[in-house]
Design a protein around this ligand. Structure first.
Ligand SMILES: Cc1cc2nc3c(=O)[nH]c(=O)nc-3n(C[C@H](O)[C@H](O)[C@H](O)COP(=O)(O)O)c2cc1C
Length: 190
């Protein structure tokens, strides 16, 4: 199973730190391959409404990662009570069906605890738009959970691990279910 773990911050390190931790927890499960992506290391074009297949360079590469992934762990710093513009641009770039039937776990970081519900009212609706399955228990971490840039809060570690494992387990169950639904090939009698 291929998981795309993406941090939607262009400057700081906290979101990337928790996305990287979640990616490590996902890898504790069998047969998991993680593509860990830090948006700040890519040059991504603005979505201008063209067909997603017409983008080039790192934009095209990123779109392809979304299409090829089975499931996602996606994180954003909270900017003005919502996701970053950079991450919203990524959601605007990908094809409409890139997330359909796939599984997403969301994480977010903020300066304080004030915007912990942003996952519920800003990120989950995006996943719904794309008809993706949202893993319950998105993780919100803020400044008090970090010490000198290191995630030191044990509860957040525990919840990240649970989220990452759930992404893998739910995605695998959906795949198994899909396989079970496929019609058996019935050989024709001569
Ligand atoms: C433009 C801007 C807007 C922000 N808005 C909020 C906000 O609405 N609520 C909040 O809790 N933190 C806000 N913050 C703080 C960041 O969400 C917080 O520092 C975050 O952990 C940064 O993540 P990063 O280190 O991955 O970039 C804002 C920061 C910036 C730069």
């Amino acid at each position: 199973m291929k998981i795309l773990a993406l941090s939607g911050s262009l400057s700081g390190s906290k979101t990337y730190t928790i996305i990287r931790e979640a990616a490590e927890y996902a890898k504790e499960k069998e047969d998991v391959e993680v593509e860990l992506v830090n948006l700040s290391e890519l040059t991504v074009q603005f979505c201008d409404g063209r067909d997603p297949s017409k983008y080039e360079g790192e934009t095209a590469w990123l779109i392809r990662q979304f299409i090829e992934a089975d499931s996602f762990i996606i994180g954003t710093p909270i900017y003005r009570g919502s996701l970053t513009g950079a991450l919203k641009n990524v959601f605007d770039l990908i094809p409409n069906d890139a997330l359909k039937g796939k599984v997403i776990g969301f994480v977010a970081t903020g300066g304080t605890y004030h915007h912990y519900l942003a996952i519920e009212h800003q990120l989950n609706p995006l996943a719904s738009y794309f008809r993706a399955h949202i893993v319950p228990g998105g993780v919100y971490a803020h400044n008090d959970h970090f010490t000198s840039g290191v995630l030191t809060d044990e509860d957040i570690h525990h919840r990240l691990r649970k989220l990452a494992h759930s992404v893998v387990t739910i995605s695998q169950s959906l795949k198994d279910h899909q396989t079970a639904l496929e019609q058996p090939v019935i050989p024709r009698q001569a």
